[in-house]
Design a protein around this ligand. Structure first.
Ligand SMILES: Nc1ncnc2c1ncn2[C@@H]1O[C@H](COP(=O)(O)OP(=O)(O)OP(=O)(O)O)[C@@H](O)[C@H]1O
Ligand SMILES: [Mg+2]
Length: 576
């Protein structure tokens, strides 16, 4: 994990090294003022060398000034480096998330992913920007102060160091207790994020069922749990801080008693006591800070661990070595469009969704798929695009297993309009153009015409430039479906899958769209998944899926003659 994080910090290692050097200098400069103060007492006040006063004071002023400037510089460098580390890390993780497959997204709540990319990453930044130099600075201040005070008086220094083992023990115990607590806080934060995100995304459902109170209560539960985790966390921290401070509080007593005794014994001068007094903060501050730093370190490592886990998540669906991607004169060469399912079985988790499904579709054919809800129709579509890999059997495109194709090549050739249409919060034209960003307006318009988007575009306030809300708020269900269809038409893949694409449009528009599909699907293999028999008008073959198995297949005429699901649905829909 640290190696991974180091790989980001490494890029700024020269700047970081410079900043560390400045930190060391500042830590050393911290020793100057107490020493000079001691000398002022011994030589100027007690010794009467008044002419030295100006020199000593000047040294002190210069030192303070230099410290301030250097401190500013290294903080600036650490801050810049940390922001850059966070940016590149976020960029890489975001790119990595793009490579992950459907099964990962199925299992990752949005809130968790958002937490990873925001607050967890910020903890890493905070570590690089603050904790890192604090550790160096405080360790050095402690070491330097020991070195300086050793030169003055070993006995008193050792007396000062007596407290160290006690504090170290407390910090060690604190470290053990705080880490699990940090993990809990962090996880609860992700849960809270997920809850809030879901509520906002589903606010229409909430309002429709008048469940505001219920949602509020549910949120309160998580919110309270978050507070509890934080209080537990704070309890641990609060418990240790006074203990450490109390131990450090013995130092002035040691100084006065033991130091006073040494002065009276003539082993030390008064000025040296003053230097010790000045250095006392250099003994106590690092000790106090170590509690906070350990806390920070633990929090950092909890967050970094989550980020590292994300970084280590490997997509299951990847290109095999030597993946097939056909090109011709630098352009992608389309596939023929022959599709074959050979004894395909599939399970998302443990329950089988598809069981031994086999069929073969020749290029250019139009295939209708009918079946009760939950029977596995969309699953067939998803397998064909290789969003998931089959559990058993194989899917062949042009006689070659889909797993042997280059993923991008495959997905460019097999296009799909998903059942639950997703639109980005962008203009209508950009939503259509998503399929092919280079497409000119003419092409977009042609696709819009075919998908019957043009019928309603004039009704929108700004036509194609109308910005639709998140997930297409502001459009009707049928309008959204038509935009999704236009998107597919613009991509114009060799194999088209229309998953329940016209379920929300009226029958008249559906008929027009059917004509467009017929026109667009010339020379294309197309799959039309639908609950309406009328959608299958142009289908060369219709497959009936029930419970993950193909129970019937044939043309419309053949199927209505058979006593089965198809003829039942047909009779129902035509009220025969
Ligand atoms: N991502 C998923 N993880 C786990 N199970 C899933 C997932 N998607 C679908 N399923 C399950 O797989 C089965 C088939 O789902 P599928 O979406 O293929 O049905 P469908 O035939 O398209 O239904 P509909 O007509 O309602 O669209 C269902 O029982 C569903 O619960
Ligand atoms: Mg479906």
């Amino acid at each position: 994990m640290f190696k991974w994080i180091w790989s980001y910090i490494r890029r700024y290692r020269f700047w970081m090294a410079l900043a560390v050097m400045l930190t060391i200098t500042v830590s050393a400069l911290n020793m100057v003022n107490p020493s000079v103060t001691g000398r002022i007492v011994d030589r100027v006040i007690t010794g009467g060398e008044h002419n030295l006063l100006i020199k000593f004071v000047l040294i002190m002023i210069c030192c303070t000034f230099a410290k301030a400037v250097l401190r500013y510089l290294y903080q600036l460098i650490f801050e810049h480096c940390s922001q850059n580390v966070m940016r590149t890390m976020r960029q890489d993780l975001y790119a990595h998330i793009q490579t992950l497959d459907f099964s990962w997204f199925d299992k990752s709540p949005t809130g968790n992913v958002m937490t990873l990319l925001t607050s967890d990453l910020d903890m890493v930044r905070h570590f690089v920007a603050w904790s890192f130099y604090q550790i160096i600075e405080n360790s050095l201040i402690y070491i330097f102060s020991i070195a300086v005070s050793m030169q003055i008086n070993i006995k008193l220094t050792l007396a000062f160091m007596v407290v160290a083992p006690f504090v170290a023990f407390l910090i060690w115990k604190f470290k053990i207790q705080i880490r699990p607590s940090h993990l809990k806080v962090r996880d609860q934060f992700a849960v809270l994020n997920t809850r809030a995100g879901e509520n906002i995304a589903g606010n229409r459902v909430v309002k429709a069922f008048v469940r505001e109170e219920y949602e509020k209560d549910k949120f309160d539960v998580e919110n309270t749990a978050y507070m509890d985790r934080n209080i537990e966390n704070a309890d641990i921290r609060i418990k240790y801080t006074p203990a450490i401070e109390a131990i450090c509080g013995t130092l002035p007593v040691i100084l006065i008693l033991f130091g006073g005794y040494l002065v009276m014994n003539g082993e030390m001068t008064l000025g040296q006591i003053v230097t010790f007094n000045g250095l006392m903060w250099a003994f106590t501050q690092p000790i106090n800070m170590f509690g906070i730093l350990v806390d920070n370190m633990q929090r950092f490592s909890a967050c970094a661990q989550r980020l590292y886990e994300l970084h280590c998540t490997k997509p299951k669906i990847v290109n095999t070595p030597g993946a097939i991607s056909k090109t011709e004169n630098g352009m992608i060469k389309p596939i023929e469009g022959k599709i074959e399912f050979r004894n395909v079985s599939f399970a998302y988790d443990s329950a089988k969704v598809l069981d031994n499904v086999s069929f073969c579709i020749e290029p250019g054919m139009t295939v209708g798929i009918l079946g009760p809800t939950g029977s596995g129709k969309s699953t067939i579509a998803k397998l064909l695009c290789r969003y998931y890999d089959v559990t058993d059997g194989e899917i062949l495109v042009d006689g070659i297993d889909v797993r042997k194709y280059d993923l991008q090549y495959l997905r460019r050739n097999i296009g799909i309009t998903m059942q639950d249409v997703f639109l980005f919060s962008d203009s209508v034209i950009e939503n259509i153009r998503f399929a092919n960003p280079e497409a000119g307006f003419d092409e977009v318009e042609r696709a819009a015409k075919l998908a019957r988007v043009k019928d309603f575009i004039a009704d929108l306030t700004e036509g194609y430039d109308t910005v639709v809300g998140e997930r297409g708020v502001g459009l009707s269900g049928g309008q959204k479906q038509r935009i999704a269809l236009a998107r597919l038409f613009l991509a114009n893949p060799k194999v088209m899958i229309l998953d329940d694409t016209t379920s929300a449009v009226d029958t008249e528009t559906e008929e027009r769209i059917r004509k467009s599909i017929k026109e667009q699907s010339k020379g294309h293999t197309s799959f039309i998944i639908s609950h309406r028999i009328s959608s299958f008008e142009n289908a060369d073959i219709i497959l009936v899926i029930e419970n993950g198995e193909i129970t019937q297949s044939g043309t419309h005429e053949e199927l209505i003659k058979q006593d089965g699901y198809y003829s039942h649905v047909y009779k129902n829909q035509n009220e025969l």
